[in-house]
Design a protein around this ligand. Structure first.
Ligand code: KIV
Length: 262
């Protein structure tokens, strides 16, 4: 997998399948099951480390997990999450942090937010680092947002998110994660952009989908968010569940409008 192929998939309307992984074993499973992009998400702060949010995750920890994932992966496109505090100071800090993730084996880095991140995205992409942007519910800002809530519900919020998406694409972002926004916003944003959008609790209209590994395997404690489907429910192994997720996204069976969307 490479950016050229991802752009071809976007142009042809083939859905892009992304899944998180944090270690070599699950990276190999995801890769062999046909996942296009593996996200080494800072959601590992909750799932691996037992924190209440992604905020405590450090850059050193992201480097370590990116190294683990790239040892297990052979062909998928690997995206390393820039954690909280590793790019907020500006372009110089962002490139130093992104360099460590790329040297750990990531093919692309992901960062959260719009507006203030545009300059950073431009700086990184001009220097040869592919960037995936992330708008909507941005978990690193959970305390500022007042919890894990659907974003972009008002006209003003929707207008700002659409403008940020356009700016990020113009600045060179090659992909955009849209998290927890109404389908009525995800669809026009996706249609208006020259780059693929990857939805999580956004809409089937997005160019692809991402789920958190533990969520789709039914392992996450507590009540899962509405956008999650437990693919283990009808599968006899983790491998079969991941294959079923890949198939469901490619065949546009997941997410189901009105069931997994807002
Ligand atoms: O960290 C993560 O797993 C993510 C996904 C929720 C998109 O950012």
């Amino acid at each position: 997998m490479n950016l050229h192929r991802i752009r071809e998939m976007h142009a042809s309307g083939e859905k892009i399948v992304m899944l998180t992984a944090y270690d070599a074993t699950f990276a190999a499973l995801a890769d062999e099951a046909g996942v296009d992009c593996i996200l080494v998400g800072d959601s590992l702060g909750m799932l691996i480390q037992g924190h209440a949010s992604t905020v405590p995750v450090t850059l050193d920890q992201m480097v370590y997990h990116t190294q683990c994932v790239t040892r297990g992966n052979k062909t998928a496109w690997v995206i390393g999450d820039l954690p909280y505090g590793s790019y907020q100071q500006g372009a110089a800090q962002a490139i130093a942090s992104a360099t460590l993730l790329m040297q750990a084996g990531a093919h692309m880095v992901k960062l959260e937010g719009g507006g203030w991140t545009t300059e950073i995205v431009h700086y990184l992409t001009q220097r040869g680092i592919p960037v995936c942007a992330h708008l909507g519910l941005t978990p690193q800002s959970v305390h500022a947002l007042g919890g894990y809530r659907v974003q972009g519900k008002t006209d003003d919020q929707a207008r700002i998110l659409s403008a940020h998406a356009r700016e990020l694409a113009d600045a060179g972002a090659a992909m955009l994660v849209l998290e927890l926004i109404p389908a009525t916003l995800a669809e026009p944003v996706t249609q208006s952009l020259p780059i693929p959008t990857i939805g999580i609790g956004a809409s089937g209209a997005c160019s692809g989908q991402v789920l958190v590994l533990h969520d789709m395997l039914g392992l996450t404690r507590g009540k899962p968010p509405r956008f999650v489907k437990n693919f283990m429910a009808d599968a006899s192994s983790a491998d079969a569940a991941i294959r079923s997720y890949v198939r469901a996204v490619k065949e546009k069976q997941f997410p189901e409008q009105g069931v997994h969307t807002y």
